[in-house]
Design a protein around this ligand. Structure first.
Ligand code: PLP
Length: 429
């Protein structure tokens, strides 16, 4: 091959330089840091809707959506067209100038938060950055240090986000000292969670009996921690306590937001009003984008220059975000998530009832479904069986014991049926 052609292949279609999964994996293992975990030892070549294709041409029904990211499926034509058009027009401005896709997307996201007064948006690149933004906002505007987070939560890999993450001890080990003044309270599925929270809060008043708590940061549906849907009364209890303390209630909707629960934001689904909503993952169907949305009155208290981002609100990512929201509306994806979720939970519960020693619980909301098995080994076994049948399923939970389904919201009835058949057969095997 002449060197110029090799160069073009590497830039335009790198997967074409890997003839087999094994060859790609060998290069991966040499070139990439081993710290990044991987689920399946295949190299993806392309994707189309719910399907992923590896470099050998095998196809897989993807019930992972790249960890709850590909909301509109892989390479939805509307998203691809928006990205292509924007890539030709302008790739990047940073804060040097304003960019139109970011403005338009902020308006669209604001329109999805009827529970916020005059919403405004801050854009960054990822979920962890959205968390950092939320925590910094809370400390800056309240002038208090205290952060309440919850057991089992996953908020990301930066040092601040790691400090509020307890989904697995491994995520925190060896990184101390972590950010101070973080209190960890039980999540809402634990009996007497609010009483335990109150005890923690009581201990955090200063000499003049003023609270030192800036915010409570909560996933309205626990993601990595095991796909747990808390009682609404618990979320309402957090709201009441934040009101009493003058603290901000921050919903981390990085995983559960953007239609997955059957509403654009889970806050709406639960009818509980947060002060700040964090989003990332599914907002741009796979392009890197995150952010937070809050009322104008709150964001006006964050001084100019007190926070920022070079890439946040990148025009191409925002164009993908605009197309994502259009597809969600036009294809009624929130309704679809709710309906297919109910079908899935019903079928999986029926399948699980046949073997209650293996299947401890089936739970979820919308297209965010967790199947808690007896152990992490059981989950790994079922996952491998599904993989052998060409279906990709993730796991989560403290010991990896929860199989989780978070497919693209565009999955068709027939594709969902196929995935559920393979999964229920694997559970019964
Ligand atoms: N918050 C939640 C609820 C998440 O599930 C995740 C990622 O899984 C994050 C934050 C971190 O997002 P990112 O990996 O984009 O930094």
């Amino acid at each position: 091959m002449n060197p110029a052609a090799a160069h073009t292949d590497a830039a335009l279609h790198p997967a074409s330089t890997m003839a087999t999964n094994a060859a790609g994996m060998a290069r991966y293992d040499d070139a990439m840091a081993g710290v990044l975990p991987g689920y399946f030892d295949i190299v993806a070549d392309h994707g189309e809707g719910i399907w992923l294709f590896d470099v050998e041409g095998n196809r897989y029904l993807d019930l992972t959506a790249g960890i709850a990211v590909a909301t509109t499926g892989h390479c939805h034509p509307r998203v691809v067209a928006a990205v292509e058009a924007q890539a030709r027009r302008l790739l990047h401005t940073s804060v040097v100038t304003r960019n139109a896709p970011a403005v338009a997307l902020a308006e669209r996201i604001g329109a999805r938060t009827p529970f916020l007064d005059q919403p405004q948006v801050f854009f960054c690149n990822s979920g962890a950055e959205a968390v950092e933004g939320g925590l910094k906002l809370a400390r800056r505007v309240t002038g208090r240090p205290g952060i309440v987070a919850f057991e089992g939560a996953f908020h990301g890999r930066t040092l601040g986000a790691t400090s509020v993450t307890t989904a697995k001890q491994h995520y925190r080990e060896g990184y101390g000292p972590l950010v101070p003044e973080v209190l960890i309270a039980p999540y809402g599925n634990v009996p007497d969670a609010l009483e335990a929270l109150d005890a923690l809060l009581d201990a955090r008043t200063d000499a003049e009996d003023r609270s030192t708590i800036a915010c409570m940061l909560v996933e309205p549906v626990l993601g990595e921690g095991g796909y747990v849907v808390p009682p609404v009364a618990w979320l309402e209890g957090l709201r009441q306590r934040c009101d009493r303390l003058g603290a901000l209630l921050i919903f981390d909707e990085v995983q559960c937001g953007v239609g997955r629960t059957g509403r654009f934001f889970a806050a709406e689904r639960f009818g509980v009003r947060p002060d700040v909503v964090l989003f990332a993952k599914g907002i741009a169907s796979g392009l890197p984008l995150g952010g937070l949305v809050a009322s104008r009155a709150l964001l006006e208290q964050w001084p100019v220059g007190a926070h920022g981002s070079t890439f946040g609100g990148n025009p191409v990512s925002c164009a993908a975000g605009l197309a994502t929201i259009e597809v969600i509306d036009e294809e009624h994806l929130c309704d679809r998530a709710e309906r297919l979720g109910e079908i899935g939970i019903g079928r999986l519960r029926a399948a699980g009832a046949a073997d209650p020693r293996l299947v401890r619980e089936v739970r979820g909301i919308g297209l965010m479904i967790g199947i808690e098995l007896a152990s992490g080994d059981d989950a790994a076994r079922v996952q491998q069986r599904c993989f052998a049948e060409g279906v990709l399923v993730l796991n989560c939970g403290p010991h990896g014991e929860v199989l989780r389904l978070c497919p693209a919201l565009t999955i068709t009835d027939a594709e969902w049926d196929h995935g559920l058949r393979v999964l229920t057969a694997a559970l019964a095997d």
